[in-house]
Ligand binder design. Structure first.
Ligand code: NOJ
Length: 549
């Protein structure tokens, strides 16, 4: 039975990377109270929902994606009461809240993992994770060839009470993030309870982190990774630790729980897999509701790959009856403004390199056009905090401040994701730009030149990125065509993307190096750059048009 159209079919969801959004208590790290104080900003921006990155108790080995207690808030971010107050305030302001659930792994400080370390090989405590004997004469080699997303082997050897080396445990991410064994009924039961814990508190949705890692092929066979191979899950076929079919039984259990709360509670899958068709399997009618579409940012600023990403994604999702989603940036990728000013405009999450030159003026121009493209596509859209201010990747953070585990795990060859996580500039003309109290240091330093990119500076500037986003989001709310499912490509040159939504709305994006002519019978609703005249679309420009006069 098709359900009525729910808010998550076409919502614009704003990603709050909590530690970098707004700091109320002056410790230089964003927190729940800081977010609550800024809810009016998000209402004014015009988004429908907020996705908050993990806020649970955590030693922060991976920015909070390493969780010691899934039912409590980390003191850095506040308290459970603060979370409840935020939920109430957001709902009162008309905003939905999506929380982030990394269910593939816990922190190494989670009581379960501590118990496992203190228990014998083969014990029930160890069976919640993947503990295995090593290979080699004395077990000195990892149990298989699996690799960590942050570099190096996916196994770490334990040391027993007698100081002798013991079994190995599996971590597809950092060693501080041991993988749970989801075939264990205790793991499943505990997470069922965690889902209810948060749905009972009123959260509207959950992002399920690293979903594709949640099942492993029994027996944990070698993947056949070449020595020194990088974690590139978007290319893997039949991999024994990624996108394994058994994970779908877990997703069905999750869906059953969400459904008991009603069709307006939702999940979004973080699944970086090899094709839109594989991704569509995560959003079959009895599984998760939506999934991030990483093919879109991977397409770069390239008309052919963008068109293909749009078509293949829509087709694959149509097969399973799920809405599309679109995203340009997140806390895991180089900010798209910087990418779009580089020779290679595409991205692969978590495989960032340092300091590649970028033409930021060109990147800004394209980022403005990309925003109008994304917000004109049918389905939901995710905005990453700061993209609405036109923030660039900070590529020159001092090495001693880098915190992403990738930096250490890659032997200081890959700087990691800190450059897209620099705290937001709110106001003023010097750091910390209103992010924290004036005498406090943000956890990562902000560039001095962000004084022109603060919320305050951009708010009254008709040409700012913020004004463009506000205007686009307001139009998106008021134009029914933009919230419908209709979508029809229009004839265009190969370097141009042109499509209609409904009878009277058209989006045209000129990705070519030349100006193009625009149909004389249209009215420009919104343009990503200043137009020379109403009949010409300059390069790297998007227009929203009214077509029926
Ligand atoms: C994906 C998250 O987005 C990323 O930030 C995190 O490092 C990994 N999953 C591991 O939880």
């Amino acid at each position: 039975m098709p359900t009525a159209r729910q808010w998550w079919h076409d919502a614009v969801i704003y990603q709050v990377y909590l530690r970098s959004f707004a700091d109320a208590d002056g410790d230089g790290i964003g927190d729940i109270t800081g977010l609550q104080a800024r809810l009016p900003y998000l209402v004014d921006l015009g988004v429908d929902a907020v996705w908050i990155t993990p806020w649970y108790r955590s030693p922060m080995a991976d920015g909070g994606y390493d969780i010691a207690d899934f039912r409590d808030i980390d003191p850095l971010f506040g308290t459970l009461d603060d979370a409840d107050t935020l939920l109430a305030a957001a709902h009162a302001a008309g905003l939905r809240i999506i929380i982030d659930l990394p269910a593939n792994h816990t922190s190494h400080t989670h009581p379960w993992f501590r118990d496992a370390l203190n228990s014998a090989p083969g014990s029930p405590e160890r069976a919640r994770y993947f503990f295995r004997d090593g290979r080699g004469d004395t077990g000195e080699l990892p149990p298989n060839d699996w690799i960590s997303a942050f570099g190096g082997p996916a196994w770490t050897r334990t040391t027993g009470d007698d100081d002798q080396p013991g079994q190995w445990y599996l971590h597809l991410f950092a060693p501080e993030q041991p993988d749970l064994d989801w075939t264990n009924p205790q793991v499943r039961a505990d997470f069922a309870d965690i889902l209810r814990f948060w749905f009972d508190r009123g959260v509207d949705g959950m992002r399920i982190d690293a979903v594709s890692a949640m099942a492993k092929v029994p027996g944990l066979p070698d993947a056949g990774h070449a020595p020194g191979a990088r974690f590139e899950s978007s290319t893997w076929v039949d991999n024994p630790h990624w996108d394994v079919d058994d994970l779908h039984t877990i997703l069905r259990e999750f869906r059953t729980i969400a459904d008991t709360y009603g069709p307006d509670r939702m999940f979004v899958a973080e699944a970086i897999v090899r094709s839109p068709e594989r991704l569509a399997r995560y959003v079959r009618p009895d599984e998760l509701h939506t999934a991030f579409n990483f093919d879109f940012p991977r397409a770069g600023w390239n008309p052919a790959t963008l068109r293909e990403a749009i078509d293949r994604s829509r087709d694959a999702l149509h097969e399973v009856g799920a809405p599309a989603t679109w995203v340009l940036s997140s806390h895991d990728e180089t900010r798209h403004l910087t990418r779009f000013g580089r020779a290679d405009t595409s991205t692969l999450p978590m495989t960032l390199t340092a300091g590649t030159d970028s033409d930021l003026a060109l990147g800004t121009r394209r980022a403005r056009a990309a925003a109008l493209l994304m917000l004109a596509l049918p389905g939901g859209a995710y905005l990453y905090q700061g993209e609405e201010l036109g923030l660039e990747e900070v590529t020159d953070l001092p090495e001693d401040l880098l915190q992403d585990p990738t930096w250490e795990r890659s032997g200081h060859t890959i700087r990691g994701r800190d450059g897209c996580r620099v705290p937001l500039p709110w106001s003023g003309d010097h750091p910390p730009f209103g992010f924290t109290t004036d005498n406090a240091q943000p956890w990562l330093p902000q560039p001095d030149n962000w004084k022109s990119k603060t919320v305050a500076a951009e708010s009254d500037d008709p040409d700012s990125m913020l004004t463009l986003y506000r205007t686009a989001l307001q139009l998106r709310r008021t134009l029914p065509a933009l919230r419908s499912d209709s979508f029809d490509w229009q004839p265009s040159a190969p370097d141009v993307l042109a499509f209609d939504r409904g009878q009277s709305f058209r989006c045209v994006v000129n990705l070519s190096r030349q100006p193009i002519a625009v149909d004389p019978d249209v009215t420009v609703l919104l343009a990503s750059t200043h137009l020379w005249d109403s009949q010409t679309i300059p390069p790297d420009t998007a227009l929203w048009l009214r077509t029926n006069q």
